[in-house]
Ligand binder design. Structure first.
Ligand code: NAD
Length: 466
C-alpha cells in the first residue's frame, strides 16, 4: 500500500435540525498534519514572543473586529451546525468579541511581580508562556469556548493548536480563519478531527486545555501528566438549584425553567436537579407551567428557547432517562418523549418521585430533563445538592440574606449563584468547578493566566556583590 492508498478520514458535522444537511465534511488532521502544524506554530510563537505587547494587543483587537464584522455569518453557522437558538447564538458571538477585546487588554497587564529583597537585589516572579498550547473543545459553545481558551493563550504569549469537536467543525474553522488572519501565519491552527486528532494534539503540545465530558477529560489529564505537561480540564455537571420555602415560586420556577431547558439543556451549567424545601407540590406546579410555556422549535426563530438536541443518541438519552424514572416508580411531570418533527427534538422534561440516588439525579444526561427532589429541611437540601460526583454550578433561591450567606460556602460547586440561573458566565470572572467537574486552574478572567503561563523566579544581584 502506498501513501496515496491510505483512506483519508473525513470529519463531518450535520445540522441537528435537518440531519440530511451536511454542514462540514473535511479531512481529519492526522498525526503528520498535527506535527506540521506544531512546527509552524513553534516558529510563529518565537515571532509572537518577540512582538511588543502593543503589537500583540493590536492583533487581538483586530481579531475581535473581524469576528464582530462576521457576527451575522457566525450566528447563522452556529444555528445551523449545532442547533443553538439564534438569540443565544447571537449572545455567544457577542461574548466572543468581548473575550477577544478583554484579552487584547490583557496583553498589557503586568507579567509578574517584584518581591522584597535586601542589598539592592531585584527579586522577580515573571510569567512565561508555555510555547504551544493545545485546546480541545466541545460542540455546545462553538464560538465562546474556543475563544475563551485561545484568546488568553495568545495574550500570554503562546501559539495554539485548536482541536474542535467534530459536531462544531465548520464554525471552528471559520472562527480560525477570522482570528488567524490577524496573527502571524501558523500561530493559531485549527485541526479538525475526532479522538485520534485529539490524541495527536495531546502528544504534541506544551500544555493542554480541555473542555468536554468527565470521562474524556479525566483520561486526557492522566496522559498529560504522564507526558509532564500542564493540564486543565473543564468537564460535566449535575447542577442543583435549591429552592427554599421563603422563595417566590413563580420567579424561581421561571428562572430555573430557562436554566434547565435553554439550548435544550446542553450546557455544562444547566440545572438538572431542583431541590425544594417547604411546599414542593406548589413549586412543581409552577415549574411545570414555566417549562410548558417555553417556545420549542426552529432554532432560527427569534422566540425559540428550546431547539433540537445535537444527535439522535442525545435525544434517546432524554427519553431513556424519563423511562428509567417511570420504571423506578417515579413520575414524568411533563415531556419525556420525542417530538414528531424533522430534527432531533425532544419535549422539555420534568420528572419527580425519585430517590436522589437515581441515575437521572446523579448522571449528566446533557439534554432538556430536570428532576425535582423534595427535601425535609435545609440540612437535607444541602446534602442532596452536594450528593453527586460533580461540582460545577449551584443556585440558591431565597429572600433570606442570612440564610444565603450561611448556605453558599457549604455548596460544593465552583460557581454559586443566589436568585440567578445556574447557567450564565461572566467572562471576566474565574470559571470552573470542583470534584469531577474540573481539573487544574480556573479559566477566564485574569485567572486564565495561571494556566497559560509558568512562573520563573529571577534574582538579580548587583555585580559588585551585596
Ligand atoms: P466530549 O468529551 O465527547 O468531547 C470533547 C472534545 O474531546 C471533542 O473535541 C472530542 O473530539 C475530543 N475527544 C473525545 N475523545 C477524545 C480522546 N480519546 N482523545 C482526545 N480527544 C478526544 O464532549 P462533548 O460531547 O463535545 O461536549 C459535551 C460535554 O462537555 C458535556 O459533558 C459538558 O458538560 C461538557 N462541557 C463542559 C464545560 C465546562 O466549562 N465545564 C463547558 C461546555 C461543555
Amino acid at each position: 500500500m502506498t501513501a496515496s492508498d491510505v483512506p483519508i478520514e473525513l470529519v463531518e458535522s450535520r445540522s441537528p435540525q435537518h440531519p440530511l444537511d451536511v454542514v462540514a465534511s473535511v479531512p481529519a488532521a492526522d498525526a503528520a498534519a498535527v506535527q506540521r502544524a506544531l512546527e509552524t506554530a513553534r516558529a510563529a510563537q518565537r515571532e509572537w514572543a518577540a512582538a511588543t505587547p502593543l503589537e500583540r494587543a493590536a492583533a487581538l483587537s483586530g481579531a475581535a473586529g473581524a469576528v464582530e464584522a462576521a457576527a451575522a455569518e457566525l450566528v447563522a453557522l452556529g444555528v445551523r451546525e449545532v442547533g443553538k437558538p439564534v438569540g443565544e447564538m447571537a449572545g455567544e458571538v457577542a461574548r466572543g468579541v468581548a473575550i477577544l477585546r478583554y484579552y487584547a487588554g490583557g496583553c498589557l497587564d503586568p507579567d509578574g511581580e517584584t518581591l522584597p529583597a535586601a542589598g539592592g537585589v531585584l527579586l522577580l516572579a515573571r510569567r512565561r508562556p508555555h510555547g504551544v498550547a493545545g485546546c480541545i473543545t466541545p460542540w455546545n459553545f462553538p464560538v465562546a469556548i474556543p475563544l475563551w481558551k485561545l484568546a488568553p493563550a495568545l495574550a500570554y504569549g503562546n501559539a495554539v493548536l485548536l482541536k474542535p469537536a467534530p459536531a462544531a467543525t465548520a464554525t471552528a474553522m471559520r472562527l480560525g480563519e477570522l482570528v488567524g488572519a490577524h496573527l502571524p501565519a501558523g500561530l493559531l491552527a485549527v485541526l479538525p478531527g475526532g479522538a485520534a486528532t485529539g490524541q495527536a494534539v495531546l502528544g504534541a503540545v506544551d500544555a493542554l486545555s480541555f473542555t468536554g465530558s468527565a470521562a474524556v477529560g479525566a483520561a486526557l489529564a492522566i496522559d498529560a501528566v504522564r507526558r509532564g505537561i500542564p493540564v486543565q480540564a473543564e468537564m460535566g455537571g449535575q447542577n442543583p438549584s435549591v429552592v427554599l420555602e421563603d422563595a417566590d415560586h413563580e420567579t424561581a420556577a421561571s428562572i430555573i425553567a430557562g436554566a434547565a431547558m435553554g439550548y435544550a439543556g446542553q450546557k455544562c451549567t444547566a440545572t438538572s436537579r431542583v431541590v425544594v424545601t417547604g411546599d414542593a407540590a406548589g413549586f412543581v406546579d409552577a415549574l411545570v407551567a414555566a417549562v410548558e410555556r417555553l417556545p420549542v422549535g426552529d432554532p432560527g426563530a427569534a422566540a425559540t428557547v428550546v431547539g433540537p438536541v445535537i444527535t439522535e443518541t442525545a435525544r434517546r438519552a432524554v427519553v431513556a432517562g424519563a423511562d428509567a424514572v417511570t420504571a423506578a416508580g417515579g413520575r414524568v411531570l411533563t415531556g419525556g418523549r420525542s417530538l414528531a418533527r424533522d430534527g432531533f427534538f425532544v419535549a422539555p422534561t420534568v420528572v419527580g418521585g425519585i430517590d436522589p440516588s437515581h441515575r437521572v439525579a446523579q448522571e449528566e444526561i446533557f439534554g432538556p430533563i430536570v428532576a425535582v427532589l423534595p427535601a425535609r429541611d435545609l440540612e437535607e437540601a444541602i446534602a442532596f445538592a452536594n450528593g453527586v460526583r460533580y461540582g460545577l454550578a449551584a443556585a440558591l433561591f431565597t429572600r433570606d440574606l442570612d440564610r444565603a450567606l450561611g448556605v453558599l460556602p457549604r455548596l460544593e460547586a465552583g460557581l454559586v449563584r443566589v436568585n440567578a440561573p445556574t447557567s450564565g458566565v461572566d467572562l471576566y470572572a474565574p470559571f470552573g468547578g470542583v470534584k469531577d467537574s474540573s481539573i487544574g486552574p480556573r479559566e477566564q478572567g485574569k485567572a486564565a493566566r495561571e494556566f497559560f503561563t509558568w512562573t520563573q523566579t529571577a534574582t538579580i544581584a548587583p555585580a559588585g556583590g551585596s
